[in-house]
Design a protein around this ligand. Structure first.
Ligand SMILES: [Cu+2]
Length: 204
């Protein structure tokens, strides 16, 4: 009698077919390729950015973001989100929460900033439309990414981590202005912050 608790005697299994062994070897080789690609993407492809990472209490991050807004606010969106224009090279703060990104950022082209990202409730995802940029925004962690906008324009931040019923309306904004182009349009006059020129030469 055989109970199933004891294993059968002898070689009761079929040895792996040659084709199966070939696939195991191929799959393992591919795993190694992908493993090697992780550091390679970092150094060669500019992906998987290494930044500053620190633990932060969500309420402390909220307070820091509010301080940042109070210091550099220049306007307000129609929906009440503050528009902030931080000085070049500064630390800038973006806060994700159900279901908005605060504040809207107005940045200068070809200027480096340290972009801090965090959430004050659940996981969110920072995705900059229309670029292929993706970053997890996790409550309790402050991620500081060194960013340099290379293109002037009006960009949208889309949440790409499902975060509840309002997830699809969670859209933020980053506006990148080109101070050189604006100065040219103004005929050498200092740039007026309220009227950023976005490549509209010939208007005046
Ligand atoms: Cu979301």
């Amino acid at each position: 009698m055989h109970t199933g608790v004891e294993s059968p005697r002898g070689v009761w299994w079929k040895p792996a077919h040659k084709a199966e062994k070939v696939w195991v070897v191929l799959a393992f080789a591919w795993c190694m390729v992908l493993f090697a690609m992780m550091p390679l993407w970092h150094w060669k492809g500019g992906q998987n950015p290494s930044g500053i990472r620190a633990r932060v209490e969500p309420e402390a991050y909220r307070a820091r973001t509010e301080e940042f807004i109070a210091s550099y606010q220049v306007g307000e969106e129609e929906n009440g989100i503050p528009i902030v224009e931080p000085p070049p090279g500064s630390d800038i703060y973006l806060m994700g929460q159900m279901w908005l990104w605060t504040p809207s950022l107005r940045l200068q082209k070809d200027t480096e900033y340290t972009l801090h990202l965090s959430s004050v409730d659940v996981n969110h995802g920072f995705s900059l439309y229309p670029f292929n940029i993706n970053f997890q925004v996790v409550p309790g962690y402050d991620y500081g990414l060194r960013v340099t906008p290379t293109e002037a324009g009006d960009f949208r931040i889309v949440c790409n981590e499902f975060c509840g019923v309002g997830h699809h309306v969670m859209v933020g904004r980053i506006e990148v202005i080109d101070p050189a182009a604006a100065a040219a349009v103004e005929g050498g006059k200092p740039l007026t912050l309220s009227a950023p020129a976005r490549g509209e030469e010939g208007d005046r």
